[in-house]
Write a protein that binds this ligand. Structure first.
Ligand code: GLN
Length: 191
């Protein structure tokens, strides 16, 4: 299996390293041609407004929507979760793919605890909780009917799945624990 990492902005290198670490081949995605020949996709963390603007500028919005709608196993982390979602709670619209039926709240954990780490129980993850790093992280405010919650912090969804799309508020690429990447790309494709 070969997984593409959207490499416009943010921590795509860390995702690429993590994929390599769990034995998955990596391709960097910067233009629509890069989507051919991949079996899965990661949208990294970073700044979601910037990722959206660059994806539009490089003509990637429709090709990404089509590939994901077509069933490509996809993982979005932090800003990637925001970019995949349908909308945010903010009044100012931003460019989003709308392939995950949720409303996200950006920077949801507030100023005091804007970045933190927690041991997180994830549904379907064997081997115990994962150590999760949250950096100016979003949470999910509203869930569409087909969206399953896989992990929560204080009652707020921080990991969800809708068909072939999984999104996390945290950064599984930063902790050396490759189980989330393995989980997404070994099981989501079968959904
Ligand atoms: N706060 C960023 C945003 O709103 C996300 C931060 C991250 O990806 N670590 O896009």
């Amino acid at each position: 299996m070969r997984v593409g990492v959207l490499a416009l902005q943010g921590d795509f290198r860390e995702h690429a390293l993590m994929l390599g670490g769990v034995g998955i081949e990596v391709a960097l995605v910067r233009q629509s041609d890069d989507l051919s020949g991949i079996d899965g996709l990661i949208v990294p963390g970073g700044e979601s407004t910037t990722i959206g603007k660059l994806a539009e500028r490089f003509g990637l919005l429709e090709p990404l929507r089509a590939a994901i709608a077509d069933g490509m196993p996809t993982l979005g982390t932090c800003a990637g979760m925001i970019f995949l979602a349908g909308s945010t709670t903010e009044s100012r619209p931003q460019i989003q793919l709308g392939v995950l039926d949720v409303v996200v709240r950006r920077n949801a954990f507030g100023r005091q605890v804007s970045s933190f780490e927690a041991d997180l129980e994830v549904a379907g993850l064997s081997g115990g909780p994962t150590h999760a790093v949250f950096i100016r992280a979003p949470w999910i405010d509203k869930l569409g009917a087909g969206v399953e919650v896989l992990a929560e912090v204080e009652g707020h969804p921080v990991m969800v799945r809708e068909r072939n799309v999984v999104a996390t508020s945290f950064h599984p690429e930063l902790t050396g624990d490759g189980r989330i990447h393995t989980l997404v790309f070994s099981t989501v494709g079968e959904a």
